[in-house]
Each structure stands twice: as C-alpha cells, then as structure tokens.
Design a protein around this ligand. Sequence first.
Ligand code: SF4
Length: 517
Amino acid sequence: MSERVSSEAIYDSAASGAEDAVVADVVSAGAGCHAGAAELQKAAASAGKSEVLERYAQDYPKGPHDQPQSMCPAFGSLRVGLRMRRTATILSGSACCVYGLTFTSHFYGARRTVGYVPFNSETLVTGKLFEDIREAVFKLADPEHYDTIIITNLCVPTASGVPLQLLPKEINGVRIIGIDVPGFGIPTHAEAKDVLAGAMLKYARNEAEQGPVAAPRERSALPTITLLGEMFPADPVGIGMMLEPMGLAAGPVVPTREWRELYSALDCAAVAAVHPFYTASVREFEAAGRKVVGSAPVGRDGTAAWLDAIGAACGIAQDKINASKNKWLPAIAGALAGSPIKGRVTVSGYEGSELLVARLLIESGADVPYVGTACPRTQWSDPDRAWLESKGVRIQYRASLEQDIAAIEEFGPDLAIGTTPVVQHAKERSIPALYFTNLISARPLMGPAGAGSLATVINSALANKERFGRMTEFFEGVGSGHTAGVWEETPQDRPEFKARYAAKMKAASAAEEAVGT
Ligand code: SF4
C-alpha cells in the first residue's frame, strides 16, 4: 500500500517541565464538565491551545450560560461527523465522557462505530497519547472505506494541549481533520456543529482553490442557495419551490451528508444562514466570496422579507421576486388563517431556531411573551429579533435554565416549549409542555407546510390543559420533594443533617485552599 503523507509534522514529545506539570494538574484535578472552566482554560493556554481558544471566544461569545447546561457540547460535532458518508470518527477524551457521547449517539440511531484512543496519566503527560492517536489514524486511513477521518479532542486532551494540528492533513488520499471541542471553550452542542462544519468547509475550500474537485451527484441548472443549519427534510424542498420563480434553486444543507456536497455548498449564489450560530462556517463562505443572508422563510412576513433579502443578495429583478411572493404569500396566509393558535406560549431551546418558531407562533395568533435561546446573538438572527421585539417579545440570548424557568413563573403560559428540565418544571405546575428538540424541530417550519404543521402539534398540546388539571387533582397530596412517593409513614425532613454536611464541606474546601497557597 502506497502511503502518501502531506504536511506531516512529528510531535516533539519532550515537552517542557512546566507543560508536564500543567498536564499532570489537569489529570489529577479530575477535570470534567464541573471542574473550574477557568483552570482548564489556563491549562489549555499554557499547553499551546491559546490561539484556538481565542478564536472560540470570538466565534462563540459567552453569557450567563457559559458552561454546558445540557448535553456535552462535543455531541454536536460528533453527530455531524457520524451522519456523513464514508467518514470515520475518533474521540480522544476521558473514558466517562466517551461513554456518555457514544451512548447518546447510539441512542439517537448513529449505527456507526465511534473510534476511541484511550489514555492514562502517563500517556497524557509524556506525549505518548498523540503518538497513539497518530498510529490509530494511520491504521484507519483506508481509501477503500473512508474519504475523511475526524478526530476530536475532548476537554482533558484539549486542556493538555494534545496537538491534533500536527497530524498529517492527508494519508493515502484520506483527509484527516483534527478539532478541539472542549466544554470550557464551546458553550453549546449547537456551536460544536459549527466547529466541525467550519473545519470541513475550510478544508474543502482549500482543495477547490488548488484544482478540480469531485462534481456533485446532482447538479441544478439554476444558481443555488446553500442552506446553513439542520432542518426537517421537507423544508429544503419547500424552500426550493419558493425560490424557483426567482430563477434559483435550493442547494445543499450544511452540515452536509457527504464530502462532495461541501464543494457544491461553496459553489452557490448565496448562503441562507437559517440557523444563526454557524460563525466559523460563515467565515468560510465569506472567504469564498459568498453573500450570507439571515433569518428564514417562516410565516407570511418572514417569507416576504427573506425572499426580498435573497433576491437582493443574488441580484434578482424585483418582478421575479414579486412573482414568488404573489404565488406563495397568499398560500402561507391561508395556511396560517386555517390553523390558528390561541393561547400564551413561552419558547426556549438550544437548537438555534427558537426565534423562527416564535415568529411562526405569533403569525398563527399565539401570544408569545418570552423566547430564550442558548445560542448567542448574531447578525443572522437580527431580522427575527427586530420583528419579535416590535411585537413586544422579550428575547434572552444565552438563556440559562434558571431564566427559562423564571419566564414560566412570570408569564404563566398555557403552553411551555422548552428543553427537558423546562418541560419538567412546567408539567409539575400543571402547564402543558412540549420538548423543543423532539417535537418542534422534527417538523417543517418553512412556507405553507410549516404554518399548518406547527399549529397541529401546538393545538393538541394546548388542549391538554384540562387533563393536566385533572392529573394534578388526582395526585394532590401524594407529596413532593423528600415526601414524594407512597409511604406507610411520611418521611421526616432532617435539615440539620444537610446543614451539618454543608458546614463540613465548607471547612474541607477552605483547608484544601490553605494547603494550595
Ligand atoms: S468532554 Fe463533555 S462530558 Fe467530558 S468533561 Fe468535557 S464537557 Fe463534560
């Protein structure tokens, strides 16, 4: 087997004594989601990762929600890689993190092997872990099976400076992409999708700049609009129908499902940033000279504004834009009027489409006082922010769980849309609730199809209010907190035990700090 290795560099395992000490500290601190992010960031910076961390800080600005409050962020990039054809995925991280990530990916039907290069304190401290990763990548790089290998540093290897950037860029024609996805640098799993999508677009852009690349399986005769952000499979079809009168077609959805789609995604007339958090990906599209348009064709107002913005970005004549609007806006208005939503709804989630969902709810007639999103504010959701604020909606970017729950308390909605703990809180209060990820993201949102489909699920949930009331009445008095459940004798709370342990914990941590100074 001929081995073609380009841009290869060999890791200098003779790290300085200071770096060794930092790495050893990371290991002995039992670094993880709940270890101090500041400490891990300090360790990563002294281990040579300051450049990547500075870029993440700019791309994914933090707010109150600067620590993972839901799943491990690396799940986002892992899922993107696992969905791509002829792509192998390797994780480098603590066994417990890798266990959780593989469990979750298989729970969501990955049906792919997740590779793992294990480590211990010795291999981490001496640099042997990088050599083990390198060996694993060489063994796996079989062009018969793979186009690409993605290798991801989780928290501990990132904090320890494992230099994935020194891996060969290509082995036997198989592309090698190394990314750092630490929980202390990437606030949400949504943004981790952008880390990998951006890295792949960058690689594909460099390839396209150097010479001819693989043609797409299907090529549209019309100029295309690349759709940035995962969406329900019917949405790109609906968007394509709305673009057609303008002489445009829907292009690939990024993150893509195979490598060659990345070239077609870059080879577009303009990019629609349907999800607003793909900062690194937008950087690549802009480097390729593409215009990027925010928001999405949701509801009547949203679709009208989006078609205008896409038409302007692509230099389409106003009469063609009007032809699309004249054809589709009455259909959307009809679908909205045919499926009205009556009630007060709070919206929170971490998918990035929360503002779009709120727009559609309001155009359907709902009262939406609050939208919380775990994603940051970017210019790509600004049209939605301005529209929602003009309707009196309070928008909380980088919303924490506490803020989402406080909104339910403040507004007393008829329905709460949110993440698992938000839904749980609402149901405890007898408020019907819907999971954003499973029930809202899993249906069309765009064009006429979106208007009718969202109303169906919302209205059937709103109709549950009375049932929730009956359930609360039925279970009334069974207890909550320490008295929850069925008991022969009601358990007694013992706050004095908790107080005693809290005092002991405080004293122990004060003693530890004193030893460390
Ligand atoms: S890799 Fe994920 S699960 Fe592991 S410590 Fe970091 S954030 Fe937590």
